[in-house]
Design a protein around this ligand. Structure first.
Ligand SMILES: NC(=O)C1=CN([C@@H]2O[C@H](COP(=O)(O)OP(=O)(O)OC[C@H]3O[C@@H](n4cnc5c(N)ncnc54)[C@H](O)[C@@H]3O)[C@@H](O)[C@H]2O)C=CC1
Ligand SMILES: O=c1[nH]c(=O)c2[nH+]cn([C@@H]3O[C@H](COP(=O)(O)O)[C@@H](O)[C@H]3O)c2[nH]1
Ligand SMILES: [K+]
Length: 503
């Protein structure tokens, strides 16, 4: 006979936190949000921790190298999407590992034989006025010169004028050799009144650019997350099909942590994937698995060797899995059950397995609820897709700026397999969509938004009398609320002025 749960499953919006005593030292400035990412034995320190309990989703519309750099600078981890060729994903991981505060990879590049027309078109596309001229037009090609808007007068030169006629050639450029520190680079920028200093290697290839305007930017990021070589930490999504090819390439590129990306992790495919990784690389390669929504799924993946477990089916903002397949469970109930299973496992074995609540976070306080219910960190898709750093286009729709946000189960995301180097075999490929392609309101820079969310999270934790995530998990008082309580929680029985009206 089928198993019936005796309670309906619940979402975060059905719960609230009840305050505990807030002591005088319990102020947001004293809250520490550090959290483990990978499993560890009682009394030992985890191999990987984050300074903030947030990761960005394994999605084309969310986690590329730009997002990964921005999030690691703020203290969290991005999992670069795996729905692209191994080569492309590896290149994104490399870009994150190569990132050095203040040293950027040139994103606007042309060849000497290109023309003013190409310069103008590229400038319009990228919005950047400094263009590196390299022998092959690649960001790390042999440096031939630089073009900035001071080098040409648009209406005085014919569009076909070759770049070589107006660029500042290498012989007249001030540049530095690879290995220079940021302080030394900044001294050169000031001494020579430059806006941009190219950095080249011993064979004359462009390595980075250092811009005057980026000076001091690294000082804004006290929680920056890096490895022992001072390189930013980055994660990467993998799947349970091409892992024998993808995982070695990602490890070689320097990915710090992997995560098997699937709607349903309770499968022999995932166990096989984890076994392969642990047998091939031992414990040095860390891999999360999921998604699961109950104790059985959790234990299955932990016993297979997973380093953290991701929780959540069908709660994501772009998810239609519950509608399409009837599979899923309310996100709060899933986290509560998996956290209880984790606690039991910890008590029995002394091994603490971090859990990640994935999808369905709408308000900042949902993050606090997920943590209070036992999650060690959360994974967010919609939240991060709204920012400048996400890969989706920013568009003007109906007078408002929006960003594109599409699910990994949408046709748009799956198309890479058809056009790219993906090797999914066509026979077993699912043909129905499990995600939508949407717009979401554009929200600006990651750092500004994340700083605000974190300050709200810390403030809520102070109400709960908690200075750390473990304290919150131990002492939080959580109440289920009735629908009338939810109504009471919004502005009610008043006439809102225009500026406060949200819908
Ligand atoms: N968290 C969520 O609620 C949901 C997430 N998604 C996202 O959509 C994307 C696709 O998810 P899925 O469709 O679950 O991908 P998936 O690759 O895990 O599964 C697709 C199908 O392939 C099968 N499969 C997996 N490995 C196999 C192997 N080695 N040989 C033969 N068959 C194998 C699976 O059992 C499943 O039927 C992911 O990015 C996922 O995160 C999609 C739906 C819901
Ligand atoms: O049913 C689904 N169809 C999809 O196409 C899809 N794409 C992503 N995901 C999952 O949603 C999470 C992000 O959720 P949020 O936007 O709510 O943060 C992600 O982290 C995923 O777990 C999908 N679920
Ligand atoms: K399953």
């Amino acid at each position: 006979m089928a198993y019936y749960y005796d309670q309906p499953s619940r979402t975060f919006s059905e719960f609230l936190l009840v305050p505990n005593l807030t002591t005088k030292e319990c102020i947001p400035g004293n809250v520490d949000l550090r959290t483990p990412v990978t499993k560890f034995r009682r009394g030992e320190t985890p191999a990987l921790t984050m300074n903030l309990p947030v990761t960005s989703a394994v999605m084309q519309a969310v986690s590329d190298h730009n997002m990964a750099i921005a999030l690691a600078k703020s203290g969290g981890i991005s999992f670069i999407y795996g729905s692209q060729s191994v080569e492309q994903q590896v290149e994104m991981v490399r870009r994150v590992k190569k990132f050095k505060a203040g040293f950027v990879l040139s994103d606007s590049n042309l060849r000497p034989e290109d023309t003013l027309k190409d310069v103008l078109a590229l400038k319009a596309r990228s919005g950047h006025s400094t263009i590196a001229i390299t022998d092959n037009g690649e960001p790390t090609g042999k440096l031939m010169g630089i073009v900035t808007s001071r080098d040409y007068r648009e209406n005085r030169l014919p569009q076909e004028c070759p770049i070589t006629e107006f660029m500042t050639p290498l012989s007249a450029l001030i540049y530095a050799q690879e290995g220079i520190t940021l302080t030394e680079a900044n001294d050169m920028i000031w001494d020579h009144k430059l806006n941009c200093l190219p950095i080249v290697n011993s064979s004359g290839h462009l390595v980075h650019l250092v811009f005057r305007k980026d000076y001091d930017s690294h000082q804004e990021y006290p929680l920056e997350l890096h490895d022992s070589n001072k390189q930013l930490i980055v994660g990467a999504g993998i799947n349970s099909r091409d892992y024998k090819e993808r995982v070695p390439a990602l490890v070689e590129a320097g990915a710090d942590v992997l995560c098997i990306d699937s709607s349903d992790g309770y499968s022999e495919w995932q166990a096989e994937t984890i076994h392969y990784i642990k047998e091939t690389f031992g414990e040095t390669v860390k891999v999360g698995a999921g998604n699961v929504v109950d104790k059985e799924g959790f234990l299955y993946l932990v016993e297979a060797g997973a380093d953290f477990i991701k929780v959540g089916i069908g709660g994501g903002s772009i998810c239609i899995t519950r509608e399409q397949k009837g599979i899923g469970r309310g996100q709060a109930s899933s986290v509560i059950e998996v956290a209880a299973a984790r606690q039991e496992y910890y008590e029995q074995t002394g091994i603490y397995v971090p859990i990640c609540s994935d999808g369905g976070i709408v308000h900042d306080y949902h993050i606090v609820l997920a943590l209070a219910m036992g999650a060690d960190f959360v994974m967010l898709g919609r939240y991060f897709a709204r920012f400048d750093e996400s890969p989706g286009r920013k568009l003007l729709v109906g007078g408002n700026f929006v960003k594109e946000y599409w699910g990994e189960g949408s046709s748009r995301a799956r198309n890479w397999q058809r056009y790219d180097f993906g090797n999914a075999d066509k026979e077993s490929k699912l043909e129905f969509e499990e995600g939508v392609d949407s717009f979401i309101p554009y929200a600006g820079r990651l750092k500004d938004n994340l700083d605000l969310s974190i300050s709200k999270i810390k403030s809520t934790m102070c109400n709960c009398g908690a200075l750390t995530i473990p304290q919150l998990q131990e002492h939080a008082k959580i109440t289920l609320v009735s629908s009338t309580t939810i109504y009471e929680g919004g502005a009610h029985d008043v006439m809102l002025k225009e500026k406060d009206r949200t819908s």
